[in-house]
Design a protein around this ligand. Sequence first.
Ligand code: SF4
Length: 214
Amino acid sequence: MREDDRYDATPYVPDGAGLAALRRAAAGCEGCPLHRDATQTVFGSGDTAARVLLVGEQPGDQEDRRGEPFVGPAGKLLARAIDDAGLDPAGTYVTNAVKHFKFTRTGSGKRRIHKAPGLRELSACKPWLLAELRAVEPEVVVALGATAGKALRGSAFRVTKERGVPLPLPDADGAVLVATIHPSAVLRADEDREAVYAGLVADLRVAAGALRPD
Ligand code: SF4
């Protein structure tokens, strides 16, 4: 057996647990090697009965240090976009497809540079995401970027082709999936940043429109 075949969080995920117990258990996950270099597990947070659950890629540098998702610049931009899309920020839950920060160091070793998680890490960490989906039972799941889309829809997912439309989500019974870009793509945009941001908000409006009437 290759070492990759043993990457799997399943043994660490308590059956039928609520979010608080899942968060505690995830703190000790060693389901793949990413726990070795990261500071801590960054589990999801937000409304435990959220109607909208948003999934990013992985924690960034600030999230890794603080232990909370979406607390850096991309998180602040996402909060603004959620508000601009007419969603209630207090009624959302945010998490990541991978719960530990993957990075490389610069030559001097001082700076940590984000490195995208691979399919084996996505697959290893997916049991945590599934457990969050079962616990929160959202109506709408938003995939923020290609990595989250691949985690939820498989490796053939292409965010450029499938963003901004409600899609079925077999992993969450009764919920629909809406994909969009990751908020960090807005921050990275060299030109037309406002247009890129407007695209993110437009996709989030589709998510708002997919909610069941009150
Ligand atoms: S990235 Fe996921 S599977 Fe890997 S150690 Fe962290 S919590 Fe476990």
